[in-house]
Design a protein around this ligand. Structure first.
Ligand code: ADP
Length: 600
């Protein structure tokens, strides 16, 4: 059983997502599989009764038992089938939720790690391409249950047949046929195991190849406006044709392999059917059992043989599936290694949280160069700090480190004299509100988005929406704060523009009312009037919070107390707008005049 340890571990996990499913499945399988045996047994009785000319009453009783028995079995089968489908849906939902939860609870650096991204994609694509992984495990466990039921039922009839054969003696021809059957079963099982092993390995190879191709395929968005404007359908079609050709090659090779590897098994099982038919006919001719029983015994013997073959096929397939299950389980085993800290973050009404970067450098996993180089800066309580610099100069990375989405590679960040790693991670995150450049709103009610919770303070939410300039649009929202955003889950949902979304994201940051507010290009999607309004109210909006503000529009940084100029991962200048502009050889001067020339 050690051989199946991966399947066992995965099964325990999968079963725990809905412990009702597999027991129910077992009952359903009993009802589904008892029917053919029941009918074989009764039709044999009816044929024998007719053949022997028994009285009509007995015949009618047999027919009535057949009808009502079948009715009962069908009704029970349909009922378990119905609840089986519901329970499967619950199981799959819980499974998907667990996978999602795992992803969301990973450290942020793990989410961005290319290897882990690839791993996540592999789990999904293994399931999509050939239903490998937990789906295959579920199907094969069900097949094993089915075999078990079939074997128990057919063994009962086998015992009955043997007891009848004993009455006439085994006979040499019967023995030869019996040995031929046993040999054929062994050969069928062996050839099946060999063919499943070969085909699974091939499919693993296919799944790995398809992973790259699917990624190319995934680059196309049917709603991508630029794809249309630039007539990229042509490029996409060529790409698809190339992929289709590769797929065709792979699939025709797969079909060839299925044919070649499946051939010996088909031959042995055909021979097996012939032998089982012959052995039953032989014993019937020498009077071991009546003619009517031929149908019954041939049927069950084939059922039993099929059951044995299926049993081994399911075991082999489970074994082959372990390569895929391992990929699935390994994903759940990825461990978070970010130190969580235990020091409580003091709740301070004076918002006096002094944060200082001390010689901080940072390099992304797999990158050649440091994204931040020897950064030292102290954030003064209540100040407005602007962070400016060219694309790729390290501004967003600086924010990610400040919010501890990553830890520095070198140096340290301290808050009120303690390394920020020492603080309870959740409590530390709770002192920040951020509007990221690629912020994400959810397809839930507006109020829920603003409050980041399912209940909200309506007065506060409406006041903040008004403050960030969303008031006019809000007045047109049919259900106010209950209006769902987007139409993903609700046809009554409203679509909003990029600028409107940015205003909601800003209101969400303010709703949290934290000591720090970080704004990464918070007005990039706003029209000039809305932008001007936000700047006019900036001091009122930010209040006494410490604000860090990233912007490409240097004119919007003028009202900040200090400006830090980033260049190639370093802070190259720091000061007020006027101080920085005085240095004519400085980066700020260069950036300012590069932008200003369009306005003069
Ligand atoms: P900015 O915000 O100033 O445009 P970033 O902080 O986003 O700059 O990026 C700084 C550098 O780090 C760039 O060279 C960028 O390519 C690199 N970088 C950013 N994010 C990642 C990442 N997740 N993995 C690897 N490199 C990254």
């Amino acid at each position: 059983m050690k051989k199946y340890s991966i399947t066992k571990k995965a099964f325990q996990m999968y079963h725990s997502y809905n412990p009702k499913y597999f027991p129910l499945m077992f009952v359903q399988i009993i009802f589904e599989n008892v029917s053919p045996y029941f009918n074989l047994w009764l039709s044999a009785e009816i044929v024998t009764a007719l053949y022997e000319g028994r009285d009509r009453g007995e015949l009618y009783t047999l027919v009535a038992v057949t009808l009502f028995g079948n009715l009962f079995i069908r009704v029970m089968g349909a009922a378990t089938n119905r609840s089986g489908a519901t329970q499967l849906e619950i199981l799959e939902n819980h499974q998907a939720a667990a996978f999602n939860h795992k992803t969301l609870s990973l450290d942020y650096d793990k989410i961005e790690d290319p290897e882990i991204r690839q791993h996540r994609r592999k789990v999904k694509e293994n399931a999509w391409i050939n239903s490998y992984g937990v789906i295959r495990m579920r199907m094969e466990v069900q097949r094993l249950m089915k075999c078990l039921v079939n074997l128990v039922l057919s063994m009962m009839l086998f015992a009955e047949m043997i007891s009848l054969i004993v009455t006439v003696g085994f006979q040499w021809l019967g023995l030869v046929l019996f040995i031929a059957i046993v040999v054929c079963i062994a050969l069928t099982v062996l050839s099946q195991s060999w063919s499943i092993r070969k085909i699974t390995l091939w499919n693993k190879n296919v799944a790995d190849q398809m992973l790259d191709e699917n990624r190319i395929d995934g680059g196309y968005r049917p709603d991508g406006m630029d794809n249309r404007i630039y007539c990229q359908q042509g490029i996409i079609s060529k790409l698809r044709e190339k992929i289709a050709r590769q797929h065709l090659k792979i699939f025709s090779k797969t079909a060839d392999m299925n044919f070649v590897y499946g051939l010996p098994m088909s031959l042995f099982s055909n021979f097996l059917e012939i032998c089982s038919f012959l052995i039953i006919c032989f014993y019937c001719t020498i009077g071991a059992f009546p003619v009517g029983s031929v149908i019954k015994y041939v049927g069950f013997l084939q059922g039993m043989i099929q059951g044995i073959a299926d049993f081994f096929a399911a075991l082999n397939s489970l074994k082959g599936n372990e390569i895929f299950l391992k990929v699935y389980l390994d994903y759940f085993d990825i461990r978070n290694d970010m130190y969580q800290g235990s020091l409580a973050v003091e709740k301070r009404s004076d918002k006096k949280y002094d944060i200082e970067f001390k010689n901080v450098s940072f390099r992304y996993a797999g990158a050649q160069d440091n994204a931040l180089k020897n950064i030292s800066i102290k954030l003064k309580v209540g100040e407005r700090l602007a962070v400016v610099g060219m694309n790729g100069s390290g501004k967003t990375t600086f924010i990610k480190l400040l919010c501890r989405l990553y830890d520095p590679t070198e140096g340290e960040i301290v808050m009120n004299d303690f390394n920020i790693r020492k603080y309870d991670y959740r409590q530390y995150l709770d002192i920040f509100s951020v509007v990221f450049q690629d912020f994400n709103l959810l397809a839930v009610p507006l109020g829920s988005n603003v409050a980041s919770a399912s209940v909200w303070d309506s007065v506060k939410a409406e006041m903040l929406l008004e403050k960030v300039g969303f008031g006019e649009r809000y007045a047109k929202m049919p259900k106010g704060l209950d209006t769902p955003l987007y139409k993903n889950f609700d046809q009554d949902g409203v679509n909003i523009s990029g600028g409107e979304a940015q205003k909601i994201a800003l209101a969400r940051a303010l709703y949290r009312d934290t000591p720090f507010i970080i704004l990464d290009e918070p007005t990039a999607a706003l029209d000039p009037i809305a932008e001007a309004e936000i700047y006019a109210k900036f001091n009122e909006i930010v209040g006494d919070k410490t604000a860090v503000y990233i912007s490409h529009r240097l004119s919007s940084c003028r009202f900040c107390d200090r400006i830090a100029v980033f260049d190639q991962g370093r802070i190259v200048q720091m000061g007020t707008h006027d101080e920085l502009l005085e240095d004519e050889t400085g980066k700020y001067h260069e950036l300012w005049y590069a932008q200003a020339q369009h306005y003069t």
